[in-house]
Design a protein around this ligand. Structure first.
Ligand code: 16G
Ligand code: MG
Length: 562
């Protein structure tokens, strides 16, 4: 490392001293903490993103957000050149950087890491990091710290994209690394034009109908960035009739009693919704708009909701894609192009058992990964068409390069042999989905438009969609423990391997309940062990969860469950 690089790093990092007594961990989706302790962490993640940009020679993304956490928290995560999550190999370095206790230690770590990764720190290469933040008040100051971090590596510059949703930033990294423009306007144009294309491919629809389209959709924007961006998207869809509440314009506090996480976990109506919404199609985003769930308010007399979660969104998407592929398969014989993509569905252990059974009964290949987008995304990318969703509403559909490269010529061939036919339209619809659905990460805005287009296409109400299958009753609990790393799991988190004997004890509890299923896992974002239980009745699911929570308490010492 050249002296000027070392001096710059020492000088800049002295301005961002690490907090005392806080141990930081990159976790499932970046660092998240009370915003007041994060300046040094974000500065250091800026350095990491700059090093990653030099290493890959591509644009890297850095997002300031704490997603569904309370407004006083904030966080930071990094997007790799594909627009996906930071490669897991770099997570230990991220942890080491964040926890280095002095500027000297920090510089030493950087020197060693750069040497190991063959990153030249002599300013001979240039690179760019795209940075953005959500609407949290602490975001501006933290973004500034990130820019200082990026600027501490000679040759790397930060490009500030302002306030964005997390998926918008991931999308921009993905698109710009392909040599395309990737502005916010391009993002909205891509979503709105592909949505229009899908909408018009339905014989009963036409462009002018977009305005008069069943206007009974109300969206809860979690008082975050998603509501604001949906307003902008709406403009580009000529006033598509969506009512947006909790849009972050002073109606309430970010994620407080609102948003996808609240709706999915509590299963009660978010603030701003109530008896006036009975029977209407409603949707909720989380604070940074990478989660989407739907719901209805079934009755005026109760605040309970009927949840249509990520599993049901996944099922809707899978049915639609499978239908288009079946139509195409019947006709591709007439063309020179042999198109037989592999299709896979990816879930986690939190997926309701009824959804898995339903998807398997459709003949789909269903696979499981541990919790966290990075795992699901990686698995889905192994298929030509990989559909992944967590029950909490994170998910998307990935199309392989092969798939996209074949669909386009296939569409043109079909326009020769059978223009306007069912198969021609099926190819058109699949092509539109490849453009509408975010290829970098799950995206509430693009997911919402795809759900809406499919419901229109099938002429389904939210009730018809919700009745595809009946969810098994479930219960989630968390147990505070001294050290959550004492629990180790395998088989996509469904079996405990450590501490010994605990899985056997859980099994004997499960055996008592018809359709019983239960697993425990250490949280990746909080210092707790999570318990999930499912059974044929709500009472049984509650009992099973409570008895397993007690076991966790017994095996892992001090603690209380809630
Ligand atoms: C993060 C993850 C989410 C996961 C959740 C689990 C991303 C972008 N987000 O929010 O996928 O479901 O953590 O939290 O990966 P837990 O480990 O505390 O249960
Ligand atoms: Mg989120």
């Amino acid at each position: 490392m050249y002296d000027n690089q070392r001096d710059l790093l020492l000088k800049e990092s002295d301005r961002f001293p690490p907090p005392q007594g806080v141990r930081l961990s990159y976790g499932t989706a970046g660092f998240r903490e009370d915003a007041s302790v994060l300046l040094s962490t974000v500065y250091r993640v800026g350095i990491l993103a700059a090093l990653r940009a030099l290493k890959t020679g591509k644009r890297i993304g850095l997002m300031i957000t704490a997603s569904h956490n309370k407004v006083s928290d904030n966080g930071v995560k990094v997007a790799d050149p594909s627009g996906g999550m930071l490669t897991q190999d770099w997570e230990p370095f991220a942890n080491a950087l964040a926890n280095a206790s002095s500027s000297q230690d920090l510089v030493q770590l950087i020197i060693e890491f750069a040497e190991k990764e063959n990153i030249l720190l002599n300013g001979s290469k240039s690179a760019q990091v795209l940075v953005a933040r959500d609407t949290r008040p602490s975001g501006e100051l933290l973004l500034d710290a990130a820019k200082h971090g990026i600027g501490s590596i000679i040759g790397v510059v930060a490009h500030d994209l302002g306030i964005l949703t997390t998926p918008q930033l991931h999308w921009m990294v993905h698109v710009r690394n392909k040599g395309l423009n990737g502005s916010e306007r391009d993002y909205f144009h891509e979503l709105s034009s592909s949505f229009r294309c899908l909408f018009n491919s339905n014989p009963n629809n036409s462009e002018w109908k977009l305005k008069d389209w069943d206007n009974q959709l109300v969206v809860d924007g979690a008082n975050g960035v998603g509501g604001q961006k949906l307003e902008m998207l709406k403009e580009m869809l000529n006033g598509l009739a969506i009512e947006i509440r909790n849009s972050g314009k002073g109606e309430g506090v970010l994620n407080e009693g609102v948003g996808a996480d609240f709706v999915q976990k509590e299963k009660i109506v978010p603030l701003g919704f109530g008896s006036q919404d009975v029977g209407i199609r409603c949707a909720s985003f989380d604070g940074d708009a990478d989660r989407l769930v739907y719901f209805t308010v079934p009755s005026e007399s109760s605040n309970r909701i009927n949840l249509v979660d990520g599993d049901k969104i996944l099922s809707l998407f899978a049915i639609f894609i499978e239908e288009q592929l079946t139509i195409l398969a019947a006709r591709t014989k007439a063309t020179k192009i042999d198109f037989r993509p592999t299709l896979g569905v990816v879930q986690t252990a939190y997926a309701n058992g009824a959804s898995t059974q339903y998807l398997k009964a459709l003949g789909l290949e269903v696979v499981f990964t541990p919790t966290g987008v990075k795992y699901l995304h990686e698995k889905a990318a192994e298929y030509d068409i990989g559909i992944y969703f967590e029950a909490n509403g994170h998910g998307t559909i990935l199309f392989s390069d092969y798939c996209i490269s074949v669909l386009q010529p296939l569409y043109w061939e079909l326009s020769d042999v059978s223009s306007g036919s069912k198969s021609h339209k099926a190819a058109l619809r699949l092509l539109a989905v490849t453009r509408l659905i975010n290829q970098a990460v799950g995206d509430a805005l693009s997911g919402l438009l795809l759900v809406e287009a499919i419901l229109q296409h099938k002429n389904w109400s939210i009730q018809t969609w919700s009745e595809l299958y009946q969810d098994l009753p479930s219960r989630q609990l968390k147990v505070k423990v001294v050290d959550r790393t004492m629990v180790e799991t395998t088989n996509a988190e469904t079996e405990v391997v450590k501490p010994p004997g605990l899985q056997e004890a859980i099994n004997s509890k499960i055996a008592k309940y018809p359709k019983g299923r239960c697993f425990i896992r250490p949280s990746g974002t909080e210092d707790v062990i999570r318990v999930y239980a499912e059974a044929s009745t709500q009472e049984a699911a509650d009992d099973l969860a409570t008895s397993v929570a007690k076991l966790v308490d017994q095996f892992l010492g001090v603690g209380s469950s809630n």
